[in-house]
Design a protein around this ligand. Structure first.
Ligand code: MGD
Ligand code: MGD
Ligand code: SF4
Ligand code: MO
Length: 684
């Protein structure tokens, strides 16, 4: 019988949309749409997922386990059965563990699915019990998280629905229309009621084009802007004196410290005129409610944690947290107080042959991990929910590692990605429409359950089942390896945090989406309650510092002379990191580099030219689009292209570095110096 079923979008997007899917008599999905009854989804989807069924039913889906027959990276495979595949993997992992110790095995995963079970469930238990190296999952948000923790102690965020009450909304490194489109209706509603909407971003993206004011900031210099705003606010006495007295620590020292951040100094660092900074600071301090939508664009830089921290101190200074519609949102995820410890079972490491906590390997330095790490070297890698051969920085190093003949690589995938090309064994994975999972969100406060809406094609299996079966092959006999997916969901809901009170699997089953038990008027810091030792927002002025990023025009002089262009590689509106990279139109979008006419002209570059970007790490050929969407000295290309789709076989991550952020061990993707040159075609 034809039916309409519920699901949840599992992509790594703040919106975590509630989906409705029409399924015909044969069980085939015919239409996907946003659930009109969901308070955030509001009945619409982004363009990329509205078309997800094309991906679901693509002839290119991986349907059977495969074993490599060609050279690594060549992409030649032959089919094999699940039993042989799992036997082979278990044997090889055991052999590696015996010879080199279990830490020679490295899991590599990120957020291909935001589902808790398939993202961090049975897999974690398996690798903990094995004693494998632990992966430090830094590739996206760890610098921002570290910065926010410094500022707020606990990373609670203003409620998404409250943006409708704001009178000033600042999108700070946040491409709302591109990466967080379900916040947009709340921005629209606020503006209808007179709110102003400002954007701070090095490129004028779709969101910036629609702003009341757009500030073209230089990459990685946000802390300087925040300090100068504090300078103006404190010098003019615009701080919220009651809030500051009651709920903050160290105001006098802050005021003294930011004296050195005269707006003219910040103008030099950021490229934003001093008078604009003064006006912005005044307006921010005197408009109520004032909201900052901070997103992760700001923290993918060498000073990323300091930038996020400095920005996150602003709402406390002006008392914005008091108001419904005021405060700051980076991520709402911290409010999902699920029992992840019981899901992931780090304690199993103690029963592993290692008998202790395993070493931590930073995923943002995968290139080094595969080529330089010793005692033990990485001898086996199991990749799932991620495409490191496209998305991780310094691809030359990564490829060198992936090509190693003595590295055994397993890839659980839905499609034949660049990473899958390097696999020894590929295991075909289900999509989120085909398995159960529990979903938190980082752009709203609703916990959601999805049940399979479509049957799994071919021999695809969900991640939880693959690791359950591998655990059985390895004779891991702890009862937790027998847990069903529903057992794991129930486990996640234990722990007794008040935000989860009354939320059960049965209730999720009936309601699909349940608001966390935070009330309708969740104002996390209206009356203080910061997660710091003092319970106050601690300015700790002495540690507020700024230095220009090494890879920036004001950084390393020699580098900046050789590679004078600052490359940023932000998200592509119509794709999701590397997911959808096999769509031709996504490939075309991610093959473009935008540059200012004053940078293009001296290099003889006009729109449509093939341009080679290069630095000491590598090269990447893109198509030029000359225009003023970026400032002079900044070039921008949306990420991430599948390298194998490019004529030169390279994506922008050939250029990005393994240099880490100031705190949190994140990648500094958006501080990347390059030079550009026009490629002469044969006809020329
Ligand atoms: N359409 C689409 N949506 C996505 C994704 C996608 O790939 N495509 N990816 C998802 C993921 S994994 C994440 S983490 C989120 C991220 O969501 P966002 O953080 O919104 O995305 P980014 O493109 O990383 O950065 C946002 C903006 O910051 C700008 N920016 C770059 N450097 C700086 C800087 O130094 N300072 C300031 N102020 N701005 C800067 C970029 O130009 C960009 O316009 O989006 C998710 N949603
Ligand atoms: N230059 C540059 N590089 C970047 C970024 C940038 O802005 N610029 N952004 C960075 C950020 S923020 C992030 S989060 C990372 C994202 O990096 P990744 O998490 O690697 O993201 P994707 O490329 O989307 O790859 C996810 C893969 O998981 C697979 N997948 C999806 N669901 C499942 C499942 O249930 N099971 C299995 N086995 N596989 C599944 C998909 O097919 C897809 O190939 O990229 C980072 N890289
Ligand atoms: S990618 Fe984001 S906006 Fe698009 S459907 Fe999924 S959750 Fe919604
Ligand atoms: Mo991300």
């Amino acid at each position: 019988m034809a039916a309409t079923l519920h699901s949840v979008c599992a992509l790594d997007c703040p919106d975590a949309c509630s989906l409705l899917i029409n399924v015909d008599e044969t069980g085939r999905g015919s239409r996907l749409r946003g659930n009109p009854d969901h308070p955030i989804t509001q009945g619409f989807l982004c363009g990329k997922v509205a078309r997800y069924l094309e991906r679901e039913y693509s002839p290119d889906r991986l349907l059977y386990p495969l074993r490599r027959v060609g050279a690594k990276g060549e992409g030649r495979f032959e089919r094999l059965g699940w039993d042989s595949a799992l036997d082979l993997i278990a044997e090889r992992l055991q052999a590696v563990a015996r010879e080199f110790g279990p830490e020679a095995i490295l899991p590599y995963s990120y957020a291909g699915t935001m589902g808790l079970l398939n993202g961090s469930g049975m897999d974690r238990r398996f690798f903990h019990r094995l004693g494998a190296s632990r992966l430090d999952r830094t590739i996206c948000s760890s610098a921002g998280a570290a910065g926010l923790t410094e500022a707020l102690g606990v990373r609670y965020a203003m409620d998404t629905e409250h943006f409708r009450h704001s009178k000033l909304i600042i999108a700070w490194g946040a491409n709302i229309l591109g990466t967080n489109v379900h916040l947009w209706p709340f921005v629209v509603e606020a503006r209808r009621n007179g709110a102003k909407f400002y954007v701070i971003d090095p490129r004028q993206n779709r969101t910036g084009k629609l702003a009341d004011r757009y500030y073209a900031i230089r990459p990685g210099t946000d802390a300087a802007l925040a300090f100068a705003m504090m300078h103006v606010i404190t010098a003019e006495g615009l701080e919220d004196k009651d809030y500051v007295a009651a709920h903050t620590l160290g105001f006098a020292e802050l005021k003294e410290k930011v004296k050195e951040w005269d707006p003219r100094r910040a103008a030099e660092a950021t490229g934003i005129p001093a008078e604009d900074i003064v006006e912005l600071a005044r307006e921010y301090a005197s408009t109520r409610p004032a909201a900052i939508r901070l997103n992760y664009g700001v923290q993918r830089s060498e000073r990323g944690a300091m930038s996020a921290r400095a920005i996150a101190l602003l709402p406390a200074l002006v008392g914005a947290w008091r108001d419904m519609g005021g405060g700051l949102q980076l991520s709402t995820s911290a409010a999902f107080q699920l029992n992840r410890a019981a899901l992931e079972r780090a304690d199993l490491q103690m029963t592993s042959p290692l008998g202790r906590e395993a070493r931590l390997v930073n995923m943002s330095q995968l290139g080094d991990a595969l080529t330089k790490l010793d005692s033990p070297p990485v001898k086996a890698m199991v990749v799932y929910n991620s495409n490191p051969a496209a998305i991780a920085p310094d691809q030359n190093a990564i490829r060198k590692g992936l090509r190693r003949e003595d590295l055994f690589t397993v890839v659980l995938e839905q499609f034949q990605t660049d990473t899958a090309d390097f696999a020894d064994v590929i295991l075909p994975a289900t999509t989120f429409l085909e398995h159960s999972d529990l979903y938190y969100a980082y752009g709203h406060h609703y916990l959601q359950l999805a049940r399979p809406a479509l049957s799994a094609p071919g021999e695809t299996k969900r991640n939880t089942e693959v690791f359950r079966q591998l655990a059985a092959r390895m004779c891991f006999d702890e009862p937790c390896f027998q847990d069903s997916d529903d057992d794991m969901i129930r486990t996640l809901l234990t722990g007794g945090h008040p935000f989860l009170e009354g939320i059960t699997l049965e209730r999720l089953e009936a309601e699909h989406s349940v608001r966390l038990n935070i009330g309708e008027t969740f104002l996390p810091f209206a009356k203080g309650g910061f997660g710091t030792p003092s319970g106050k927002c601690e300015f700790r002025a002495e540690s507020l510092t700024y230095e220009a990023p090494v890879e920036s025009r004001a950084g390393d002089k020699d580098l900046a002379r050789r590679f004078p262009l600052e490359l940023i590689t932000p998200k592509n509106d119509d794709s999701m990191n590397g997911t959808f990279g096999n769509r031709p139109e996504v490939d075309a979008q991610t093959a473009v580099v935008v540059m200012h006419p004053l940078d293009a002209a001296p290099r003889g570059i006009v729109s449509g030219d093939q341009v080679r970007l290069r630095n000491d790490r590598g090269t990447c050929v893109l198509t030029a689009e000359v225009g003023e969407r970026v400032a002079v000295g900044v070039v921008s290309s949306t990420a991430v292209r599948w390298p194998k789709r490019a004529a030169d076989g390279n994506s922008v991550n050939m250029l990005t570095s393994q240099r880490l952020t100031d705190l949190g061990g994140g990648p500094a993707f958006y501080n990347c110096l390059v030079e550009a040159e026009k490629l002469l075609t044969e006809a020329q």
